[in-house]
Design a protein around this ligand. Structure first.
Ligand SMILES: [Zn+2]
Length: 394
């Protein structure tokens, strides 16, 4: 059924204006050409709308950066005028909590980090994050009524329908906790939750190595291995939100038993703990993954071998992914990505060996732009992309 005025000139104009504002809200700095491409509207229409939005004080021109299409002269970039509205991002890692506040022009205004055993202490983590949110808002003088909503990340699968952690083995202290409800209550704000790999993908899509790309796979390789898949510019979540569990791809049916209950999963041979265990074999106490990466970079042959073998194994699973979704780019993130080419080179070779030629020869494998802050930035991006942020600007 059509709404009153639907199809009229003013209705159309208003709808186009909202589409332009949506692109600026979701992408941050953007050129007129990119807005035209994203909305499918003509350059003349965009030009007129942008002029009106500038006159209304809603859009600003900022220093030109290279346009996403690349060649030559930097295009003039547009950004939403700094508004008094803001979003919160909250990242629960396995052993830390991070909180940040950003405005709708994509400026991160303040952030906090706190170490904590998140895996086993869910209630404390939830309480701390709410305190930290109050602290960052206080620091920048933003009243809670100006906050549109919060994006929240947890380091494991998310049951988005129930707002709970989807795996008892990954987050033992979070079983039965209704995270979304609990945070909504503590913050007094609408919240949206997502898993860490999906948030890493959103951070790369919005500000990092996936910004000029609409089809890519983001692989988070750290304590666990997960993928965030961006298809036609949007996250692929699957029927129950577990799309991208690449860490539990079976590589060897007779391999080691995985905590998920299967055997020979990718994580049993290429996750952070698998690498540090391997390095420790016959050498006493297991080093941390960061130490292994540091030693590998300094030339330690055992550490280099452990990381490059992990890269090769990850490449086998990623090759299967390339065959299925044919991404333009594979972005490797997580702590393991800081090993650079020690990890990436064997990973690329493995994709070439195992994926069909058409998918393998075109795929560009590169390191992510963000490591420590990927999930936190992704949580902000999640809140910026939400329906409530759309409504706040309309
Ligand atoms: Zn498994």
């Amino acid at each position: 059924m059509s709404k009153k005025g639907e199809g009229s000139l003013s209705w159309l104009r208003d709808r186009n204006r909202r589409r332009v504002l949506d692109v600026l809200r979701i992408r941050g700095h953007t050129s007129q050409a990119d807005i035209a491409r994203a909305t499918g509207l003509s350059r003349t229409t965009i030009h007129t709308l942008i002029s009106e939005l500038k006159d209304a004080g809603m859009v600003l021109e900022v220093d030109g950066r290279p346009a996403s299409t690349g060649s030559g002269r930097p295009a003039v970039q547009l950004v939403l005028q700094k508004t008094s509205r803001a979003v919160l991002g909250i990242d629960f890692g396995h052993s830390h909590v991070q909180v940040a506040v950003a405005d709708l022009a994509h400026n991160v205004l303040a952030e906090r980090h706190r170490d904590l055993d998140v895996n086993h202490r869910a209630k404390e983590a939830l309480d701390f994050s709410a305190e930290m949110a109050a602290e960052v808002l206080g620091e920048v003088g933003i009243d809670r009524s100006r906050v549109i909503g919060a994006g929240i990340g947890i380091p494991g699968p998310v049951d988005r329908e129930r707002g709970t952690a989807g795996s008892a083995t990954i987050l033992p202290g979070w079983v039965g906790v209704r995270i979304a409800d609990a945070m909504q209550e503590r913050l007094g704000l609408p919240v949206d939750i997502e898993n860490d790999a999906n948030l890493g993908a959103l951070a790369e899509l919005t500000w990092g190595a996936g910004r000029d790309c609409t089809n890519f796979a983001y692989i988070k390789a750290a304590t666990g291995i997960g993928a965030g898949l961006v298809i036609d510019g949007a996250l692929l979540r699957g029927a129950t939100g577990t799309a991208g569990e690449i860490g539990h791809t079976t590589l060897d049916e007779r391999g080691a038993l995985c905590y998920c209950g299967n055997r020979g999963c990718l994580e049993t041979v290429a996750s952070g703990p698998a690498i540090t265990r391997l390095v420790a074999e016959g050498n006493g106490e297991a080093p941390s993954l960061a130490e292994v990466i540091e030693r590998a970079s300094a030339g330690d042959v055992r550490c280099r071998r452990a990381i490059s073998d992990a890269g090769r194994e990850i490449g086998v699973a990623v090759a299967g992914l390339c065959n299925l979704i044919n991404p333009e780019r594979v972005i490797i993130g997580g702590l393991l990505s800081s090993a650079g080419n020690i990890l990436l080179q064997p990973l690329r070779e493995s994709i070439r060996r195992h994926a069909v030629q058409a998918a393998a020869e075109r795929v560009d494998v590169r390191a992510a732009s963000f490591v420590e802050r990927a999930e936190l930035l992704g949580a902000l991006a999640l809140a910026l992309r939400g329906q409530r942020a759309h409504e706040a600007l309309s």
